[in-house]
Every structure is written in C-alpha cells, then in structure tokens.
Ligand binder design. Structure first.
Ligand code: NDP
Length: 276
C-alpha cells in the first residue's frame, strides 16, 4: 500500500526516487513555473520532472532554492533533447542543464527520445556523467522494448528508469513486464492523458464509489501498478487534488476494470515513427 507522498522506490542502483512528483512540461511563463513548483513543494511534492526542451530549468532551479527545502530532500529529473544527442553533445547539454538549474548534481538524467544512430553514443556520455558523480542515476524515455534490448546488450550500465506515455488508454503492459524483468522502473508521462478522458464513465463511476475525483482514481491506479507518476498542473487546487491519493486503495477488481480500458491509444508520438 503506497500511503505517503514521500514514499520512494529503490532504483536498481540503490538510489531512492519518490513514486509521486510534479511534471512541468508546457509551463514556460517564469512566474507560473516558480509558483507551480513552490506550491507543489509546500504541499509535500519532492520530485520535479523537467527537461532542457521545456525551457524552464532555470525557474525550476530557482524555485527549489527559494523553497528552503534541503537539496538532498528533492529529486530533480531532467533530459537531454534530441538535437543534443551524441557523445560530446550530451556532455555539453548536461553542463548547460546543470547551469540552468543551478544545481551541483542532477538526480536523474534521461535520454528524452531514442534517436536512431545516436542513442548509444548519448548513453556512453550518460555513463561518464554517472561515473563522475554528476548524476545520481541515468535512464531513458520513450524507449520501446527493442531499444532497451539494444541498449542493455551494448552498454555497461542498465537504465534505472524508462519514462513513457502511459495512462488507462495506453497501459503498456508488455513494456511494463519487460522493464520489471530487467529491474527498470517505469514512469508515466501524461499519467492523466492530459485530462482528455476524465469523463470516461468507468472512471467516473469509480470516482463516485471511492468519493474521489476521476484524476485521483487514475493516479491511484498507476501507483498500485508500481508506476511512478508526475502529473502536471499549474492550478493550485489540482496540484493539491493530485497529491491526495494516499488515503485509499482500489480493490483488485476495480484495478482490473481500469486495466480493461486499454486501447493501445497514443496521444503523443510513436517512438518508432518520430521524425527526429
Ligand atoms: P498530464 O497527464 O499530467 O496532464 C496535464 C493536464 O491535465 C494539464 O492540462 C492540467 O491542467 C490537467 N490536469 C492536471 N490535474 C488535473 C485534475 N486533477 N483535474 C483536471 N485536470 C487536470 O500530462 P503531461 O503531458 O503534462 O504529463 C506530465 C509530465 O510528464 C509533463 O509535465 C512532463 O514533465 C512529462 N512528460 C514527458 C514526456 C517525455 O517525452 N518524456 C512527454 C510529455 C510529458 P492545468 O495545468 O491547467 O491545471
């Protein structure tokens, strides 16, 4: 039973990462980024997911510093963007991200997308950053099973996390099973499907049953599936709502009901058919 916002998963390299955090994609306006991160930290969020691509690392870093919360209590993820992939390019992109964030180290550094012909060289740079202690853990995002197989077969370090699009309409069961077998934690992006199906009758019926909101039902479903979540909201009431999911438990029957909503439906790009 996941019963605290502070609960962590032990990644395969021993680092602890919060199972619940805040995503900050599509928040660019400086004051909004800072207010959002500060609100979340005040409510107990301790993990923040950003990326060089989101163009808000500087304000995320500033909000963290101004919060007064000890650095070691906060878990910061950022990602190397597609155009920066390759060995030297990744090392340079990392330094830029670290400067923007204004942090000595990054907790988790991810390859944002599996750029064909580049991601193995990118990974070698990530391994170097890890060995030098500049990042506490390295992982990937948007990797399919075949990308992971290729990476594992051709590198020293195995990724600790794979962050992928994952929600009730895209439950990613085969990928989750593969990751479990290889001790790779799965993290959901768009865990709420960007609120596109919060009125889905199966979900709203469960919301009534548990006296929770549709968003809370979906987020709880993720946690009970051992999936790390980083819902994004700039709305203080929703930032709070999304964090109030540690005081109830979905029955196995209701978990199965939500599992059955899967349609393998992607709203974002298919990692095998992205024009990098
Ligand atoms: P989410 O599934 O987190 O949904 C965010 C949207 O849902 C926003 O429009 C937000 O509105 C709305 N929302 C949030 N909470 C509620 C609620 N309780 N009730 C109703 N509406 C709600 O989508 P994201 O795509 O942002 O995914 C989360 C994070 O994942 C990103 O912020 C980013 O950090 C990461 N990500 C990673 C990707 C990758 O390629 N690795 C790709 C995409 C995302 P509002 O803000 O207006 O309140």
């Amino acid at each position: 039973m996941v019963n605290s916002i502070y609960e962590t998963v032990r990644l395969h390299n021993g680092v602890e990462m919060q199972k619940f955090g805040l995503g900050v994609y599509l928040i660019k306006e400086r004051a909004e980024v800072k207010n959002t991160v500060k609100t979340a930290l005040e409510l107990g969020y301790r993990s923040i997911d950003t990326a060089a691509y989101y163009d808000n690392e500087d304000d995320v870093g500033q909000a963290i510093r101004e919060s007064g919360i000890p650095r070691e209590d906060i878990f910061v993820t950022t990602k190397v963007w597609n155009g920066d992939q390759g060995y030297e390019e990744t090392l340079a992109a990392f330094e830029k991200s670290r400067n923007e964030l204004g942090l000595d180290y990054i907790d988790l550094y991810l390859i944002h997308w599996p750029v064909q012909g580049k991601y193995l060289d990118t990974w070698r740079a990530m391994e170097k950053l890890y060995q030098e202690g500049k990042v506490r853990a390295i992982g990937v995002s948007n990797f399919q099973i075949h990308h992971l197989q290729d990476l594992i077969a051709n590198s020293k370090e195995k990724p600790v996390v794979n962050q992928v699009e994952l929600h009730p309409l895209l439950s990613q069961e085969p990928l989750r099973a593969f990751c479990k077998e290889h001790e790779i934690a799965v993290e959901a992006w768009s865990p709420l499907g960007r609120a596109r199906f919060l009125d889905e009758p199966t979900i709203t019926t469960l919301a009534e049953k548990y006296k929770k909101t549709a968003a809370q039902i979906i987020l709880r479903w993720h946690l009970q599936n051992d999936v790390i979540i980083i819902p994004k909201s700039v709305t203080p009431s929703r930032i709070k709502e999304n964090s109030e999911i540690f005081d109830f438990e979905l029955s196995q029957e209701d978990m199965n009901t939500i599992n059955q909503l899967n349609q393998n439906k992607r709203f974002g790009p298919d990692p095998d058919h992205v024009d990098f």
